[in-house]
Design a protein around this ligand. Sequence first.
Ligand code: COA
Length: 443
Amino acid sequence: MDGIKQYKEKLISIPEAVAMVQSNQTIGMGLAGSEPVGLLTELANHRDRLENVTLWTCLPMRAYDIFMHPEMEGHFFNENWFYTGADRKVHPEGRVSYIPNNLHCAATDKLFATKNQLNIFWGTATPPDHRGFVSLSLGLIVEKELLQAADLVILEINENLPWTYGDTQVHVSEINYFVENHVPLVELPSTPSSEAEQKIGGYIANLIEDGATLQLGIGGIPNAITSFLTDRKDLGIHTEMLVDGMVDLYEAGIVTNRRKTLYPGKMVATFALGTQKLYDFIDRNVSVELLRGSYVNDPYVIAKNYKMVSVNTAIQVDILGQVCSQSIGTRQFSGTGGQLDTHRGAQLSEGGRGIIALRSTAKKGTISTIVPTLAPGAGVTVPSQDVDTIVTEYGVAELRGRCVRDRLEALVRIAHPNFRDWIREEAHQLNIVPNDIIFKAGK
Ligand code: COA
């Protein structure tokens, strides 16, 4: 049967699709910009007939009723591997729990835990082409694996989604049902960089050579870097997340992907999140490949890129070199996501480097982000044995292969001057680096 005919036969309303959910089931879904907005919104209307439904999420973009309202207790539970603001708010009420994982293993870990049983997958996609294929569009972090594992697959079709290339295409015959919901796409505008972030961007840009391949995380610091790369040549992109700054670099002729050793000529990513400018750029763009997170973020795949530089941000770094990027003490803030994947992959690459960049203080300069010990209960995102390069607005600390005494010295130099004595004194008091050794190292 032809694809378009099959599509029309499988098209149902959103309430009809949600009526298929049963108590005690687990629903996996498209993540971030691939979130099925209509289905998730409608689910709240089915509260009274449903008990113990588990939603498996990451980076939710909206505060859905099923997650936010206390009366959803016992009806819906959110297992989430990357918190956003709504999850932080609801966490103390007990209706969400964090799943520790690394992005490239997220789907396989989950399917391992459920013995390969996933009741439902809800994703988003473009309308079908004339051959009956849809494009999963903005993301392939876990979507393909979940779609293939689930007993029931429903896609929410949105004509505003860009058609992306790579591994995104699925034939309508592989999908059980479709619903249509042509809503505007979620946008994440770039934030202007602060003065400190500009300084950090300048230091990092000095570590990026012509021909390097980049992975840049989200936020002011990666934005700042791009403005310092204007005289670089032939940069490439192999990244977890495609962002607007990469489009700027491509349009300026700085990113050419020409010297990449894996997928030459192509930008490789596992999802895209930014503004309409980014979504227009990736639409039917043969120079962009969206591939599965299990592949793109596999450290050994990342390592196949020559001079791979990964830049991520953090909340605290202690003098052992442990990096916390996911929590503020015991308070779950976000998640590991692909930070450890990309940090490790960059170091495995020939000429590569894993960079963690952060402002030296938080809370309007009142606390240091370089600390003697991580706050009690902080999640370790990059262990001390994996750490490489830390950058603040005071400079660059190269920690890889260095002893703790030397790490302390390097980190004190890039800490805010108001906190340098405190960090040294604590290191002594706690016997992490005894005083006399500090004295010798300081010579
Ligand atoms: N102690 C206490 N609070 C701190 C802090 C510290 N040392 N450092 C930061 N904070 C607070 C800030 O004040 C801010 O609080 P607020 O939201 O109440 O204002 C919050 O933590 C976030 O800080 P900010 O620096 O604005 O965060 P960001 O938006 O730049 O994101 C991370 C930084 C680390 C949270 C984010 O990059 C992340 O989640 N990373 C992990 C995953 C990852 O890197 N994946 C790969 C990238 S694609």
